[in-house]
Design a protein around this ligand. Structure first.
Ligand SMILES: Nc1ncnc2c1ncn2[C@@H]1O[C@H](COP(=O)(O)OP(=O)(O)OP(=O)(O)O)[C@@H](O)[C@H]1O
Ligand code: SF4
Ligand SMILES: [Mg+2]
Length: 497
């Protein structure tokens, strides 16, 4: 969908968009490209209760420390397997659910714990479109009543009256305004979703969170609804968070994409970088499952990566990197230390010790876990070879840079210089590593800057010392791994609460 330039908005925003200065800062009214919604360390743990006394015996960690921002005018796509927490995230940021921890800021205002009355004005600005157009519309109400409800709830009297405005909205979403008095069952799935969209747009929201808006629809209708959302964004300057498990839908609609796995974001990048050069093995696996009509990937079939097993339970997520029980690259550090979500390339944040298409972040850790060996059997030889080739190329480039720096006698400045470099490199080719060498534990702070630092300080407070940093992995401690049982037992370890 339309992408406003990050700092100098490319399209007219919605009504009353303030001209604010400064790049990507929080303002009263975010101008296109500026941060509209900021989420820090967001968690939602659903308690599991048992027995007569309903004592809490555990928790489903549906969302377990998310950090991201949504910029005015953009579409942020959110993907991930079923149960990874996408809908929970959507309900949290629209404040339909109360977060367990973390912070949500909308236009610079902390809305994390606003009550019903506090949220009332926000409800106009933040709306949600639900997945199932069959169950999300009250069958006993007419379309007029349904689409007009937000006006009544908010006590808003539109110019010309509610009926006239509702009819206008119906025509905006491509429905016949004459159908004002009809009931939901008289409409098809696609039409119902249009009704849901009309309702969401009634109060001219700034942010629309759409949870799988097209997945219940036929493919041909999906395209129509996606195009409608696109047109509305252009016309009304809307900002979207679109949740989908279908990567092709997300690719079509998104400017940036967040990939979720077991309650966490494992990669967040702009669409093109993510599709051209995914860095997280999970993203790569997700991508490889999607047939993409790209002539450069003639042999896409042979690159298909099959993931072993199901997603582990969010009640007892695996220790360290949550993907380590299914990842073909997992080593001991992955099992022990949670990788921080770190900006390895400009605009591309990834949480991985051994990323794809980039320099290895823990090159000293080379012994694969047994689960990884099994998982590797499911990855095509070709994909593995390509991955190893890229890592080697990036490592060689990193060495060259390090040597050049050593020669020019500027060791002290090495890491700070490099931090600048990725800014000019392109996602596919350059692979200029942010860190000159992966052994300087200090450097994560520079690449991922403050965002990551915050992230971990508040988001992972419950998850032991690993939250601090993945980079200073203490190479000697890796060899201790075996004693506490590896592989699947990782799950038990993290149920520390
Ligand atoms: N109200 C609830 N009480 C307890 N657990 C819940 C609740 N809502 C969601 N969960 C659990 O939280 C986890 C994340 O659920 P969520 O619906 O957010 O996943 P999702 O990514 O949207 O999945 P899907 O793609 O299937 O819609 C799941 O394990 C789910 O069972
Ligand atoms: S941190 Fe390790 S287990 Fe996790 S995705 Fe990266 S390589 Fe795989
Ligand atoms: Mg869902």
């Amino acid at each position: 969908m339309s992408i406003p330039a990050q700092s100098d908005g490319g399209q007219a925003g919605g009504e009353g968009v303030a001209k604010a200065s400064g790049a990507a800062t929080l303002t009263k009214e975010a101008a296109p490209g500026e941060v509209l919604l900021k989420v820090t360390g967001l968690q939602k743990h659903f308690p599991i209760k048992k027995g007569l006394l309903q004592r809490q015996v555990g928790a489903v960690r549906a969302v377990d420390g998310l950090d991201f921002e949504v910029r005015a005018g953009e579409t942020l796509g959110v993907v991930g397997e079923s149960g990874c927490g996408k809908s929970t995230m959507g309900r949290l940021i629209t404040r339909l659910l109360e977060p367990t921890a973390g912070q949500i800021e909308f236009e610079g205002k902390d809305i994390t714990h606003l009550g019903v009355s506090g949220m009332r004005p926000m409800r106009r600005d933040v709306q949600m479109i639900f997945q199932d157009p069959y169950s999300s519309l009250n069958p006993r109400h007419t379309i007029g009543t349904i689409v007009g409800a937000p006006f009544r709830l908010q006590g808003v009297e539109p110019e010309g009256g509610i009926k006239k405005e509702v009819q206008r909205l119906l025509s905006v979403v491509g429905l016949n305004p004459e159908h004002y008095n009809r009931y939901p069952h008289e409409f098809s799935g696609g039409q119902r979703q249009r009704i849901g969209i009309a309702r969401a747009l009634a109060l001219k929201p700034k942010l629309v969170v759409a949870d799988e808006p097209v997945s219940a629809l036929d493919v041909s209708i999906q395209a129509q609804v996606v195009n409608l959302l696109d047109d509305l964004q252009q016309e009304l300057g809307l900002t979207y968070v679109i949740i989908a498990h279908d990567l092709s839908v997300v690719r079509h609609v998104s400017d940036r994409i967040a990939v979720m796995y077991l309650g966490k974001i494992v990669e967040l990048a702009d669409r093109d970088s993510l599709y051209k050069a995914p860095m997280h093995p999970y993203t790569k696996a997700l991508m490889s499952a999607v047939p993409i009509p790209d002539p450069r990937r003639k042999n896409a079939k042979s690159e298909r990566i099959l993931l072993k097993g199901d997603v582990p339970s969010p009640i007892a997520p695996p220790s360290g990197c949550r993907f380590h029980t299914r990842c073909w690259k997992a080593t001991e550090i992955c099992r022990k230390t949670e990788p921080p979500l770190k900006e390895l390339m400009p605009g591309q944040r990834v949480a991985c010790h051994h990323p794809e298409n980039f320099e290895d972040q823990a090159p000293q850790d080379t012994v694969l876990l047994s689960a990884a060996k099994e998982a590797a059997e499911l990855v095509s030889e070709e994909a593995l070879a390509k991955s190893a080739e890229t890592s080697a190329a990036v490592a060689a480039a990193a060495d060259e840079i390090a040597e050049a720096q050593a020669e020019s006698n500027e060791p002290a400045k090495a890491s700070s210089d490099d931090a600048e470099e990725p800014a000019e490199s392109s996602a596919d080719e350059a692979k200029k590593p942010a860190p000159a060498s992966s052994d300087d534990a200090g450097e994560p702070a520079e690449a991922s800057s403050d965002a990551d630092a915050d992230t971990h300080s508040e988001a992972e407070t419950d998850s032991e010392a690993d939250a601090g940093t993945a980079a200073p992995e203490g190479s000697d401690s890796d060899s201790r791994g075996g004693t506490d049982g590896d592989g699947e037992s990782g799950g038990q370890e993290s149920t520390d609460d």
